[in-house]
Design a protein around this ligand. Sequence first.
Ligand code: PGA
Length: 257
Amino acid sequence: MRPYLVAGNWKMNTDSKSGAALAGALVAGWGAGQAGVEMAVCPPFPYLTAISQGVKGSAISVGAQNCWHEVPGAFTGEIGTEMLADLGCKYVILGHSERRHILGETDELIAKKVHKALGSGLKVILCVGELLAEREGNQTEAVLDQQMSGSLKGVAPEAFKDIVIAYEPVWAIGTGKTATPDQAEGAHLYLRNWVSKRYNSQIAEKLQILYGGSVKPDNAAELMKQPNVDGALVGGASLKAEQFLPIAQAAAACFKG
Ligand code: PGA
């Protein structure tokens, strides 16, 4: 069975005090962790150092929410993958829908970031997902195909050990509307088959595919029980330890079966 990953995407939230308190509560609550589940937190850039130190020695990993795809140099305001690795980040989230749709990131740019992050030894959580109009227009699979092809362009089979896919239907992010377990499972199966066809079945079988979009303690178990859902990328509910911890516990219960 694939292990679960439950990652918290703090987005542009928290400050030094609240972030430290949240990390402290997670360390206290998650302790040495649970079999078959990895917990990760992805704080805003300014707090990466403090949060990395705060969770040091615990079973909690740290990730960033974005990166730039060039080597250090004249890129005012950007953050290099070397810096993220230096800070002890294990993961970087790329292609999040807020970056695609608010910041205008294209698959071409995301692919550059994917290559650069992998080259720096980071693991990539690549987000893909359709808009409501695309789902209603029966275009979900076409959109996923386009995002996967574009964002993973030129990625070698060996690199897949460092890639996690997050299926995040845009209409479910921060809206309180969660995909049904069947909708999530359908998209996850499509994505796994996509990798199997483009790469091979062993790579596809090992690949972790997370669901993201209004995951809460009360819907986490039914989503993660689906055979192709290997964890969650959690936004809003990751900002409260009393909500994020039960989601990770739900993953542990699913792993035990
Ligand atoms: P949400 O965000 O859990 O607040 O819907 C998920 C995400 O954007 O990763």
